[in-house]
Design a protein. Structure first.
Length: 239
C-alpha cells in the first residue's frame, strides 16, 4: 500500500473542506474506496456529499436484523433519492436462528451481540477495500475526540473521517439546504440511532450527549465498527 505522511495530511486537512477531503480519497484510492452508513439521524449528509463527488461509490450498510422499521424506510428513501450503490451486509446467522440460539443477548451482553451481528459481516466486507470513509464527528462522544481525518490501520486499511469538525447545526443546515430526507425517529428525540431494542437505542433527553441514548446505563459507547480495528472486538463472538 502507498505510504503517506499522515501527520502532515492531518494538519493540512484541518483547514480543508469535507468535499476536498473526500475528493482526495476518491483520487488516491479509486476502486479500493468504500464508505459506511448506518442510515441514522445524520447519515443523509455524508451520503449526499460523497455521491456528489463519486456517485457510484460502494456504500456498506450492516443490516443486523434488529433495525427500526423507520431506519429501513429511511434507507429506502435515501437509496432512491441518491441512487446509492448500496452493498447491504448481513450476519452469517439469520436473526430468527440467532434469537433461538442466544435469546435477547443484546440485553446482558451487547458486545457479543454487536460482534456477531455488526462487526463480523462488516469486517469481512472491508477486506475488499483499501480505504473507508465514515461520518464520525469529534463532538459526538469522548471516544471520538482524538479521531484524525486520515487514520492508518496496520498499513492494511486507511480510514477517512471528513466530517470530524461538523456541528449538529451544520448537519441540519446542510440537510435543509439540499432538501434531504430525515430519519422519522429524529423528531421523537432519537439523535443517534442504532438497533431497536430499548437497551441499545433510546431517545436523548435535553442537554444529553447525542450518543447517550445508545446502550444507556452500560459502559458500552460504541458498537465496535468504529473501533474494532484497534480493539479486535470481533474476538468476542459467543460460543
Ligand atoms: S446494537 Fe444491540 S441489537 Fe444491534 S447488534 Fe449491537 S447489541 Fe445487537
Amino acid at each position: 500500500m502507498e505510504t503517506y505522511d499522515y501527520e502532515k495530511l492531518n494538519r493540512d486537512f484541518e483547514s480543508k473542506s469535507s468535499e476536498e477531503i473526500i475528493g482526495w480519497a476518491v483520487r488516491e484510492f479509486g476502486p479500493g474506496l468504500t464508505m459506511s452508513t448506518s442510515f441514522g439521524a445524520e447519515s443523509a449528509v455524508l451520503l449526499h456529499l460523497v455521491t456528489q463527488i463519486k456517485p457510484d461509490l460502494p456504500v456498506l450498510f450492516t443490516n443486523t436484523g434488529f433495525h427500526f422499521k423507520e431506519t429501513l424506510a429511511h434507507r429506502d428513501a435515501l437509496v432512491k433519492r441518491l441512487r446509492l450503490n448500496l452493498r447491504e451486509l448481513k450476519p452469517e446467522m439469520p436473526t430468527d436462528e440467532f434469537l433461538a440460539k442466544n435469546g435477547r443477548l443484546y440485553e446482558p451482553d451487547p458486545d457479543a451481540c454487536c460482534a456477531v451481528n455488526k462487526i463480523a459481516p462488516f469486517e469481512k466486507a472491508l477486506k475488499d477495500y483499501r480505504a473507508w470513509i465514515t461520518g464520525i464527528r469529534r463532538n459526538q462522544a469522548d471516544t471520538r475526540k482524538s479521531s484524525q481525518f486520515v487514520e492508518n490501520y496496520r498499513d492494511r486499511l486507511v480510514k477517512i473521517n471528513p466530517l470530524l469538525n461538523w456541528t449538529g447545526k451544520m448537519f441540519w443546515d446542510y440537510a435543509q439546504k439540499h432538501g434531504l430526507p430525515y430519519h422519522p425517529l429524529w423528531e421523537k428525540g432519537y439523535l443517534s440511532i442504532g438497533c431497536s431494542p430499548e437497551c441499545c437505542t433510546r431517545p436523548v433527553l435535553g442537554g444529553e450527549n447525542p450518543r447517550s441514548g445508545r446502550w444507556a446505563g452500560k459502559a458500552k459507547t460504541e458498537c465496535g465498527i468504529q473501533t474494532f480495528l484497534k480493539e479486535e472486538a470481533a474476538s468476542q463472538t459467543p460460543k
